[in-house]
Ligand binder design. Sequence first.
Ligand code: DAO
Length: 182
Amino acid sequence: AQDCQVANIPVMQNFDKSRFAGKWYAVAKKDPVGLFLLDNVAATYVIDESGKMTANAYGRVIILNNWEMCANMFATFEDTPDPAKFKMTYWGAASYLQSGNDEHWVIDTDYDNYAIHYSCREVDMDGTCLDGYSFIFSRHPTGLRPEDQKIVTDKKKEICLLGKYRRVSHTGKSLYLFIWKW
Ligand code: DAO
């Protein structure tokens, strides 16, 4: 049983960021308040010679009053004593895109197929998460392999977000998106 305390959420043991590097497609997402990245979301993580992790992410976003566009985002990560928990600073290629500081936790991954990301932005007075978001990532744009689905469902339960996700599609709706993705 899980108590849903943010401080007690289990994260990936012995997380190896070099194996995590490369491209991940978001296949599902639990949105935060004031959601930003909608669909066609992918993130590419890079580890430099000094071991520092950075990421480049893109996705379709809605800004201001229902303006849809593709966002190019950048993120840097600061290590913490727990190798699976990072402090993320992110910003957009354009000034009207979101920017900020978020937690970036890796809950579980097999590095080659699936990864579960988690970020609580605001912890409630009772220690549970009041506002946060989570991405289910796949190495495959087509989604999770059937054999990974049960693992991911069990983890969603563990982080108290089962039933809170929506699918993130990778089917470009416009020619612009199509070009962007290729
Ligand atoms: O989509 O509502 C939202 C919040 C997303 C914050 C922007 C994140 C940009 C960097 C992504 C790296 C992978 C999580």
